[in-house]
Design a binder for this molecule. Structure first.
Ligand code: FAD
Ligand code: NAD
Length: 473
């Protein structure tokens, strides 16, 4: 069967479905292709959403425990893992079915199947039942996303070695869990399992967790993770895994630990993701990939093949849903003849551990690597009334400010709700706000958002809730 469409979108994740919906809203005839019955991609089916549902449960369990200090005792929580799994699946189901409805309401043609390219203007979709549909398009957007990286030393063909997709299924709560990689997934899912009762060991090869974040921010989460995890091993690598009885034997090496031989019931490998850029037929087009396999695009997300664009994880880091959806808007704008390019000053990063860690714009480490003259203003949450009422006084909010122009270049927050709070800093940075702008905006009291205003106060040497002796100024 041969069909034609103005825009073919391959991949139904946040990049793909955002592009398809916007294009349809602009009057473009769109065909969206994904293997799943409804759009959603990694983010909804096996990424952002199921992980945040599980993290919510972990937070509730933690708060139930903390409540004893406030005079409330809920007793010993009993976790019904089967019900937890069902609830998490219901969340995913509700959201993906919602996207399915939005797809049909917009008259986007949705093809369930795997797409391959036949040339610069033609694709073929193979459905689950092995039927083929050919599609002629004016433009295409590749939004095929990414998948977990599984280096050969971890690829031992054992179902006791999990990737993030398997861990999100919560097949069991193992007595012991080795988490390889102290990045986003390792810390988010590691803390879920630690809270559910697993003895979790995190092994990270860099000298700090979350290598992209400033150390003073990660210190806040490290304090808590140290309390709930069995061990956090830094500057250490897992060099070998081998199935052993009901579990897995791991060789762990590092300067501070030497060579360790340990047994774990399960292992979660979370050492990054690789782009799904081996789209069959790509070679029939001018689309180019770089050495790491990312599709090469320009500022408008156009590939070297003029009619084909690419967005999201498949074009590079940061591999974040909100980056994918913004790139999608740029690409659709370009297809519609607009001149906008994708050049955000601040893409927020949020790690949804408890407490959360969030940052955007320039980090302190970047400023110092670039020898950029900046002033860093830190506001400790111990001085925040709202943090005290939440019994979460360990946190920090900081601003990275250009010393000369006083423009806010970056922000970092570690503490409960940091992911929500960082949005204000994103707006400030994108609007070119100065530290005075932040200071002079009236913030609601008592809220954690005041910590951003008071960090700005710190720049001027006077913050209401922080006393600094005159000689220290
Ligand atoms: P994807 O969401 O990967 O979607 C690509 C889709 O294309 C998939 O459905 C795939 O099956 C389909 N596809 C691939 N090839 C073909 C083909 N040939 N034909 C048809 N279909 C094809 N990001 C955040 O911003 N916040 C978070 O909290 C967050 N949490 C995460 C938690 C986990 C555990 C993981 C793994 C990721 C998380 N991410 C998070 C990252 C986020 O999921 C990705 O950045 C985002 O999904 C990328 O969107 P995308 O549209 O590029 O691709
Ligand atoms: P990551 O890049 O965040 O972290 C991987 C970590 O593994 C790094 O710190 C790296 O130094 C370490 N590592 C690599 N090889 C190792 C080895 N052999 N031994 C020990 N440590 C090793 O990758 P991830 O956690 O797999 O997540 C993938 C991507 O998915 C993230 O980069 C992010 O873009 C996205 N994601 C985002 C969120 C969110 O936004 N909250 C949540 C989950 C995933």
């Amino acid at each position: 069967m041969m069909n034609s469409t103005q825009l073919a979108v391959i991949g139904g994740g946040p990049g793909g479905y955002t592009a398809a919906f916007l294009a349809a809203d602009m009057g473009i005839k769109v065909t969206l292709i994904d293997e799943a019955d409804n759009p959603g991609g990694v983010c909804l089916y096996r990424g952002c959403m199921p992980s945040k549902a599980l993290l919510h449960v972990a937070k509730v369990l933690t708060e139930a425990q903390e409540a004893r200090a406030w005079g409330v005792d809920f007793g010993e929580p009993i976790v019904d893992v089967a019900r937890l799994r069902t609830w998490k699946n219901e969340v995913v189901d509700r959201l993906t079915r919602g996207l399915g409805q939005l797809t049909s309401q917009r008259d986007v043609t949705y093809l369930t199947g795997r797409a391959e390219l036949l040339g610069p203007r033609t694709a073929r979709v193979i459905t689950k039942s092995n039927e083929a549909t050919e599609l002629i398009f004016d433009h295409a957007i590749l939004a095929t996303g990414s998948r977990p990286a599984l280096p050969p030393e971890f690829s031992i063909g054992s179902d006791r070695v999990w990737d993030s997709t398997r861990a999100l299924e919560v097949p069991s709560v193992p007595r012991s869990l080795l988490v390889v990689g102290g990045g986003y997934i390792g810390l988010e899912l590691g803390s879920v399992y630690a809270t559910l009762g697993s003895a979790v060991t995190v092994v990270e090869m860099a000298d700090g967790l979350l290598p992209g974040a400033d150390r003073d921010l990660t210190a806040v989460v490290v304090r808590r993770l140290s309390a709930i995890c069995e061990e956090l091993l830094l500057d250490t690598r897992v060099t070998e895994l081998a199935e052993d009885g009901e579990g897995v034997r791991a060789t762990i090496e590092g300067p501070s630990v030497g060579v360790l031989d340990r047994w774990f019931e399960r292992v979660l490998v979370a050492v990054g993701r690789v782009p799904n850029s081996e789209i069959p037929g790509l070679k029939c087009t001018g689309v180019r990939r770089d050495a790491r396999g990312f599709v090469v695009v320009d500022g408008q997300r156009r590939t070297d093949e003029p009619a084909i664009f690419a967005v999201g994880d498949v074009v590079g880091e940061p591999m974040l849903a909100h980056k994918a959806s913004h790139e999608a808007r740029t690409a659709v704008g370009a297809i519609a003849g607009q001149s906008g390019v994708f050049e955000p000053a601040a893409i927020p990063a949020v790690v949804f551990t408890d407490p959360e860690v969030a940052w955007c714009g320039m980090t302190e480490a970047q400023a110092s690597a670039e020898a950029r003259p900046v002033r860093v203003c830190r506001y400790p949450w111990a001085a925040s009334g709202r943090a005290a009422t939440l019994d979460r006084p360990t946190g920090v909010t900081k601003l990275i400010v250009d010393s000369e122009s006083e423009v806010v270049l970056g922000a970092g927050i570690a503490g409960t709700g940091a992911g929500e709070l960082i949005a204000e800093a994103v707006v400030a940075i994108e609007m070119g706000a100065t530290v005075s702008d932040l200071r002079l905006c009236v913030h609601p009291h008592p809220t954690l958002s005041e910590t951003l205003m008071e960090s700005a106060d710190v720049f001027f040497g006077q913050s209401t809730h922080v006393y600094r002796q005159k000689r220290q100024r």
